[in-house]
Design a binder for this molecule. Structure first.
Ligand SMILES: [Zn+2]
Length: 108
């Protein structure tokens, strides 16, 4: 068990029916998934460290990272990215620290 680290959690996905896979050329099998990453201590999320998107083919499992997105995929990513949010749970460790500091300040 890692004391400190980072993890990703999936925060959404949309199908890409008009896109073909670059690897297997099948159409209608692509989807774009959005992930939020966070730093954790003892498996408790501390704060968000960013978001990323990947395009995946459900037929051949090929994954395209966002730095290799075509212009069309980048447009889709930007449209959907505005609608996805980082889960507030990713900041719960920071919230616990703030409450602990405030309690310490009040009672000592
Ligand atoms: Zn494919």
């Amino acid at each position: 068990m890692l004391i400190l680290g980072s993890r990703n959690s999936q925060i959404g996905s949309i199908p890409l029916p008009e896109h073909c896979c670059n690897n297997c050329n099948s159409s209608g099998q692509m989807q774009m998934s959005f992930y939020a990453s966070y730093a954790h201590i003892l498996q408790i999320p501390l704060f968000s460290t960013g978001r990323k998107a990947v395009a995946e083919c459900t037929n051949c499992q090929e994954v395209l990272e966002e730095e290799y997105f075509t212009h069309d995929l980048t447009e889709v990513q930007q449209q959907v990215n505005a609608k996805t949010i980082v889960p507030p749970l990713h900041f719960i460790g920071l919230g616990i620290m703030v409450v602990a500091v405030l309690c310490f300040e009040i009672f000592y």
